[in-house]
Design a binder for this molecule. Structure first.
Ligand code: RUB
Length: 307
């Protein structure tokens, strides 16, 4: 349990962050926990796995990849502890492998839609979006990137560092400069924390203003998302929760002490309606947002409708 607590803490404090990385870390934690779980009966085994699953899921509420990873990893059908243990270890390993392969596939598929000379705008720090951008560059396309700072946690700095490592010409801008620079952009590529059954995207706060500005300027808006970012529970009418983080990320608490009439809001994500999304690049190909329901049904399985 100590290792699980450590992973959970790293996810909560965002040392491990980005929906894909969070999902992989959770799968690894469940696998390792199952491997060492001492259980005298299948009931004890089940209780341990359920406790750990719920604990991991509670760390961050928005990234649907987290409950999907936990549910896919912790499945077993045997009523024998040793066999159930093997099933969980195997399912977690399969999930981790699927996640790794997905990033490569998204990169390859998405790069096909990047043209030589493209100026690409991206937001926050998405490993899936970056996979497309770096693959296109390595394919020999002469591209450049405009990356937003992504207040308040400034994940944009991770993005520019990553792109700089590839030698990709990159411009860092503040979030409020998105519309100002949209005229220079050919396409926007962002990642996803979740995609709802109606094709709406949930991603880092500010994503919807990139989408709005791209729509106004008739620029293409691409989302890079593994199939495990799609939300089965939205089929059942359970909305995706937007994580509200501490005001301390936005402003020093001492400043607020002098301002008794002021409150600070710090939502970590926002919704982008499907009509602003031109395509979603997934590990099973490029799809329109209207196909989200099919992805959930055929690639996540109906049992996830019971979340
Ligand atoms: C990260 C964020 C990313 C998505 C997709 O938010 O919004 O765009 O998680 O990332 P945070 P990836 O920094 O709050 O976790 O493609 O790496 O899964």
């Amino acid at each position: 349990m100590k290792e699980v607590q450590e992973t959970a803490e790293k996810i909560r404090t965002m040392e491990i962050r980005g929906a894909g990385r969070i999902a992989k870390a959770a799968a690894e934690a469940i696998r390792d926990y199952a491997a060492g779980l001492e259980a005298a009966s299948i009931e004890e085994f089940a209780a341990g796995i359920t406790e750990v699953s719920n604990y991991l899921i509670s760390t961050r509420p928005t990234a649907v990849s987290l409950p999907n990873a936990v549910k896919l990893s912790s499945r077993y059908s045997s009523d024998n502890v040793e066999n159930a243990r093997k099933e969980v270890i195997n399912n977690a390993n399969l999930f981790i492998e699927r996640a790794d392969k997905a990033l490569g596939r998204i990169g390859k598929i998405g790069a096909g839609r990047v043209q030589d000379g493209d100026v690409i705008m991206t937001h926050c720090n998405s490993h899936a979006a970056l996979s497309i951008i770096t693959t296109a560059f390595e394919d020999g396309k002469n591209i450049s990137v405009i990356a937003t700072e992504s207040r308040p946690r400034r994940q944009g700095l991770l993005t520019v560092r990553h792109l700089n490592g590839f030698g990709i010409p990159t411009t860092l801008i503040v979030d409020s400069a998105v519309r100002y620079y949209m005229k220079d952009v050919d396409k926007v590529i962002v990642g996803a924390d979740a995609i709802a059954a109606n094709g709406a995207l949930v991603n880092k706060i500010g994503t919807s203003q990139l989408a709005l500005a791209a729509h106004e300027a008739r620029k293409s808006f691409m989302v890079a998302a593994e199939t495990f970012k799609f939300s089965p529970s939205t089929i059942l009418g359970i909305p995706i929760e937007i994580e509200e983080r501490s005001s301390e990320e936005v402003v020093d608490p001492s400043v607020l002490e002098e301002l008794p009439h002021v409150q600070v809001k710090n939502p970590a994500f926002d919704f982008t309606p499907s009509e602003y999304i031109d395509m979603i690049v997934t590990d099973i190909g490029i799809i329109p947002p209207a196909m989200a329901y099919t992805v959930i049904k055929e690639h996540l399985g109906w049992e996830f409708g019971e979340i």
